[in-house]
Design a protein around this ligand. Structure first.
Ligand code: DGY
Length: 321
């Protein structure tokens, strides 16, 4: 008898086809957002779940699915899953690392360039019919080339971002839980390890690339924003919750911070509507990894993990300690 799996959201049809060759598949291809109760009901009797970062797979949900053996997240981040509860229940948890590093790093740069050089704001201004003459001071922004880039969270994506900075002749400083090995620092444009405070004080542009956990909640709040240069740009491609959005809105409104580029938000997709009233922030809907090849690779990777886990093998990207 085939194992039973639930696919929580719409995915590429080809992967559903592939999963159906191995499993009895139930899937939410209508793509409704499932409540915790609906998720509990859907997971009852399932052996595995193909999940996305939008579903909260809490201890409660896990307790309601006694037969579950594998939770395979189609995301590198896994803060949506209670790993401790899953581990206690003997459930394997996997993510999709590596395949999205370069695409996500590209997008971090897109946000930095757009925010520092006021690309979205310029386009809105032009579309609104404001461009009647050239002026020396129209929409002046900050330079990216030659600037100091501060990266908080120097994992694989942080390092991919740093490597790209060589073309912009930038200095890279970083803060991370642990310092990188010298050869990795060298490959990351000779990145220099500094304290978080020094990074915030000295960087011209700051990128947040760290995982979300209770320990990283509000890594950037009012006190940290006050340390940053008023001419600086803040880019968050990691997770909402790492930034205190209310404090960021205050800083951007007061021009205490020049600009921000945000792909993630606290409580997304229901982000703080105050952001919409600010012209110095570029807002995107959690799409840093959303190139077609990368989303396909993430989907395949999650499927590989699920197939391995439910066939008795150790999945390639197992997260349980
Ligand atoms: C990830 O892979 O963690 C992306 O943020 C998509 O959720």
């Amino acid at each position: 008898m085939k194992a039973r799996i639930f696919v929580t959201r719409a995915v590429f049809p080809e992967v559903l086809e592939r999963l159906s060759q191995h499993f009895e598949v139930e899937s939410n291809q209508d793509d409704d957002i499932l409540s915790a109760d609906e998720l509990k009901q859907k997971l009852r009797g399932m052996d595995g779940v193909f999940a996305t970062s939008s579903e909260r797979i809490s201890a409660d949900v896990i307790a309601a699915a006694p037969g579950l053996k594998a939770i395979c997240n189609m995301a590198v981040g896994f803060n949506n899953i209670d790993i401790e509860a899953a581990t206690c229940a003997g459930i394997m948890v996997t993510n999709t690392p590596e395949v999205l590093n370069e695409t996500t790093a590209d997008f971090a740069w897109a946000l930095l360039m757009a925010a520092a050089r006021r690309v979205s704001e310029s386009e809105h201004w032009l579309r609104a019919g404001n461009w009647t003459k050239w002026r020396y001071d129209t929409l002046l922004g900050a330079d990216v080339h030659g600037a100091t880039l501060g990266i908080i969270g120097m994992g694989r994506i942080g390092q991919a971002i740093a490597r790209r900075s060589t073309g912009f002749n930038m200095k890279v400083i970083y803060h991370n839980r642990t310092r990188l090995a010298p050869e990795l620092e060298a490959r990351a444009n000779d990145a220099q390890y500094v304290s978080k405070e020094e990074l915030l004080r000295t960087a011209d542009h700051v990128m947040l690339v760290l995982p979300y956990s209770p320990a990283t909640h509000h890594t950037i709040g009012a006190a940290e924003l006050a340390l940053m240069k008023p001419s600086a740009t803040l880019v968050n491609i990691a997770r909402g919750g790492i930034v205190d959005d209310a404090a960021l809105i205050v800083a951007l409104r007061a021009n205490r911070l020049a600009a921000a580029g945000l792909d993630v938000f606290e409580n997304e997709p229901a982000f703080d509507p105050e952001f919409l009233t600010l012209s110095n922030v570029v807002l995107t809907p959690h799409i840093a990894s959303a190139s077609e090849p990368t989303r396909r690779a993430m989907t395949d990777c999650a499927a590989d993990n699920l197939i391995a886990a439910l066939s008795g093998a150790t999945p390639p990207n197992i997260l349980n300690p």
